[in-house]
Write a protein that binds this ligand. Structure first.
Ligand code: NAD
Length: 400
């Protein structure tokens, strides 16, 4: 009952936000008369003592009392993707459901809608984003909307719009409304001329994929806004992220997720990368923890963009680890004379990252290395398969 009420409350809030906007054009070059932020504004830690917290918007219930310190209100874009839903869940457990506004351009599952506010937000539409920031009194934005490497390579024009215009819109909003902006970058921002092993934060960056070019552009623009306008821009270059519960969104490291589903469901996997393609990786919960630690770090960090990674492995090494649990599992690789288009993307990326600056500056530390990750992925996917079997066998058994 409570669930239904909450769900309809969020749904009606979302409807309010979906009403036609007076000016809904995509816009980056907005000329807002906003002065540079002071050092304290740049830090933007929220405290109740400086001034009493503003009342929450009328269209949702807040459990925050006037005396309690106010939590930041966070907007997460692209929240229905591989990484977004887990981050939203974590932030809601920290700040309360009503303080984390999830958004995307797709319909959210029922249980996601019931867990807190969800709104439609096309990141290419500046006015729409600004309305959300103003209506919900947003303080921080985690900007996850993007087209990933393989998808972007198939549609460069759309990737330029979503990845660059979308980011520029968020950055401009961060300047105008003094938001903290966390927007991840990627190992794809490096390029074939980057040193391949133990790649440091600061190095040669000449990406040759549209994904990498858009992400490097964002890194540089974010740094420019931080220097020029005092925008609190934070970014980490994620490696490939493995998750059992949420499907990957079309990246070159997706093989490292797909392989587990095939290992359990069919016992064989046709890998689209060559067996010795070494890439940096991490597990989803580490990605979320690292992101939250970075996002919430209270003091200014010496740099805007950091490498983070947990481990590096090749498809052959991953296969050998899976075979410890599933000895009959087999894998095949593409004919080297006819490589998949994603091989060239992977070949342009680092094999391992030096993330010592992230470890030093905001305490980045992974829990999962390859061995632990493999065990967890297999356990989780096996549990999903068992649950599916129960559902399929249930009615049949009853009918029998
Ligand atoms: P994903 O593809 O799974 O999700 C992206 C989301 O963006 C989708 O839900 C999609 O509907 C949404 N989106 C697309 N166009 C939009 C638009 N115009 N307006 C609003 N939303 C739109 O991506 P992810 O894996 O969750 O990645 C999140 C972020 O992390 C991205 O910036 C990505 O570049 C970065 N990253 C991810 C990985 C990884 O392995 N998953 C690795 C490195 C970096």
């Amino acid at each position: 009952m409570l669930r239904t009420t909450t769900a309809s409350m969020w749904a009606s809030s979302a409807r309010i936000l979906r009403q036609p906007l007076s000016s809904s054009t995509t816009r980056f070059s907005r000329t807002a008369a906003v002065s540079s932020l002071s050092a304290s504004a740049r830090l933007f830690s929220i405290s109740a003592s400086a001034s009493s917290p503003p009342p929450p918007p009328q269209h949702y219930n807040s459990t925050t009392s006037a005396a309690a310190p106010r939590h930041p209100r966070v907007l997460v874009t692209g929240s229905l993707g591989q990484l977004g839903s887990g981050l939203v869940k974590e932030l809601r457990s920290m700040y309360g459901n009503e303080n984390v506004v999830a958004s995307d351009i797709r319909k959210a599952p029922e249980e996601f809608m019931a867990s807190g506010p969800f709104v439609y937000a096309d990141v290419m539409n500046y006015s729409m984003l600004e309305r959300i920031v103003v209506d919900w009194r947003i303080d921080w934005v985690v900007h996850y909307s993007a087209l990933l490497s393989a998808v972007a390579e198939k549609n460069p024009a759309l990737a330029l719009s979503v990845n660059m215009t979308g980011f520029q819109n968020m950055l401009e909003l961060a300047k105008v409304h003094r938001l903290r902006l966390y927007s991840p970058s990627t190992i794809g921002a490096f390029g074939p001329s980057t040193p391949k092993n133990n790649t440091p934060d600061l190095t040669i960056m000449r990406p040759n994929t549209i994904y990498g070019i858009t992400k490097l552009h964002n890194e540089l623009l974010g740094e420019y806004y931080r220097e020029k306008f005092g925008v609190d821009f934070r970014s980490a270059r994620y490696p490939g992220v493995l998750s059992a519960d949420t499907p990957p969104g079309g990246g070159t490291t997706d093989y490292a997720v797909d392989i587990f589903h095939h290992a359990i469901r069919t016992g064989h996997y046709d890998c689209f990368l060559s067996k010795d393609t070494r890439l940096p990786m991490m597990y989803l919960s580490d990605c979320i923890k690292g992101t939250v630690d970075h996002l919430t770090h209270p003091t200014p960090l010496p740099q805007s963009v950091y490498n983070i990674a947990a481990c590096s492995f090749t498809p052959a090494e991953l296969t050998a680890e899976i075979q410890k649990y599933l000895p009959h599992f087999t894998i095949s690789y593409p004919d080297p004379s006819r490589p998949d288009f994603r091989q060239a993307i992977a070949d342009s990326w680092p094999a391992s990252l030096d993330d010592s600056m992230a470890r030093r500056d905001f305490g980045w530390k992974e829990e999962f290395g390859m061995e632990k990750m493999v065990k967890l992925m297999l356990d989780k996917i096996q549990a999903q398969v068992d649950a599916e079997k129960k559902v399929t066998n249930g009615p049949a058994a009853m009918a029998a």
